[in-house]
Design a binder for this molecule. Structure first.
Ligand code: SAM
Ligand code: SF4
Length: 345
């Protein structure tokens, strides 16, 4: 269905989707160099005065929540923990009227010393990216020998009472054979693990469809070790397909429930038709889709004195133009110019 006119309320697009989940990138910088995201030498970043301040972020989150129907906000990057004022950003957003749920996606380096402050500031949830619990493999994937620091960060977030999920990207011949160990590690601790298909968003543009570990392969890799049953609760537009995990022995399932696992098939089982996302890049651009190069500069307008009605209208127009789908499977697909760390994953 194509809609004919832009409604006055909310962040609606031409195909009738309504964005209620906001991703806010807090920085383009990172202290890891995950091979599927950043090049070994890093990437040029915007000058610091081009990056949104805590007050600008809070203003946009506030307008999103009170005027545009945003219900969930996830802070991401780059690595959000590299922002010295991260706790302040969270505290300002938590203090907003009609406050949305606040979560953080992070590699957890440096989280050990800030987890409690983030929880106290009002952070509700945290997603930690961890692709393996094998130290050598971690260093191969991230190009940095920091696994111990990530594990310390996870333990601190747990101790601070933050609700936690773990995100993992599998790479063929690198960490795919460790997937079952990572799952067992998460299940033992009560963390929901979500496997994410690798997307064509790496800075080196080396993504290769035939090399990607698909959601179907992930199911096979772990089904040798556990029994998966589709989770009963409705998916409700969520990107992850969730499964209940039961213990497996040589003779089959023992029926012992171990937890849940999610698989996000962004490429092979795309959920574009149900997409509820809107994004703000660290340099203050509205981005309606991860995969579209279309960006609308709202920060420059704000700094030039745009009032709330004008900012809301800019954001609505940007979302109205959201593409129908990411088109990764089409022959004419072109990878976006900005990579994941620069857009905000
Ligand atoms: N630095 C933080 C982290 O790693 O959690 C936040 C930003 S990172 C870009 C957000 C998420 O994007 C991470 O879970 C990461 O694994 C994922 N990601 C990065 N590049 C990806 C790619 N090419 N395909 C799929 N997921 C990717
Ligand atoms: Fe950094 Fe996150 Fe990208 Fe890894 S995935 S390089 S931690 S931004």
């Amino acid at each position: 269905m194509v809609m004919l006119g832009m409604p006055r309320t909310g962040l609606v697009d031409r195909f009738g989707r309504r964005a209620i989940d906001l991703r806010v990138s807090l920085t383009e910088r990172c202290n890891l160099r995950c091979t599927y995201c950043m090049p070994a030498a890093g990437l040029p970043v915007s000058p610091s005065d081009a990056i949104m301040t805590a007050a600008e972020i809070a203003r946009l989150v506030g307008l999103g929540a009170t005027r545009l129907g945003v219900r969930k906000v996830r802070f991401t990057g780059g690595e959000p923990l590299l922002r010295a004022d991260l706790v302040d950003v969270v505290a300002r957003c938590a203090a907003l009227p009609d406050r949305p749920e606040l979560s953080l996606t992070t590699n957890a380096i440096g989280l050990a010393s800030r987890a409690q402050a983030l929880a106290d500031a009002g952070l509700d949830r945290i997603n930690v990216s961890l692709d393996t619990i094998d130290s050598e493999t971690f260093t191969t994937v991230t190009r940095r020998p920091f696994l111990a620091r990530v594990l310390e960060g996870i333990a601190a977030a747990d101790a601070a009472g933050l609700r936690m999920k773990v995100n993992a990207v599998l790479l063929r011949g690198v960490n795919d054979t460790h997937a079952a160990d990572l799952l067992a590690w998460c299940l033992e601790r009560g963390y929901e693990l979500r496997f994410i298909e690798q997307m064509p968003l790496d800075a080196g543009h080396t993504w290769d469809r035939t090399e990607m570990v698909t959601a179907a392969e992930v199911r096979t890799l772990i089904a040798d070790h556990v029994v998966l049953t589709p989770h009963a609760a409705p998916r409700d537009g969520a990107p992850a397909e969730r499964y209940d995990v039961a213990e497996r022995t040589a003779s089959g399932s023992t029926g012992r429930h171990l937890g849940t696992v999610g698989i996000i098939a962004s490429v092979t089982e795309s959920f574009c038709a149900d997409c509820t996302r809107t994004r703000l890049t660290a340099d203050g651009k509205v981005r309606s889709c991860l995969f579209s190069d279309e960006e609308t500069d709202v920060l420059t307008a704000m700094r030039a004195g745009a009032d709330d009605d004008e900012v809301v209208a800019i954001w609505q127009r940007a979302m109205w133009a959201k593409p129908r789908d990411h088109g990764v499977d089409r022959a004419d697909f072109v990878q976006p110019a900005r990579s994941m760390s620069a857009i905000g994953g």
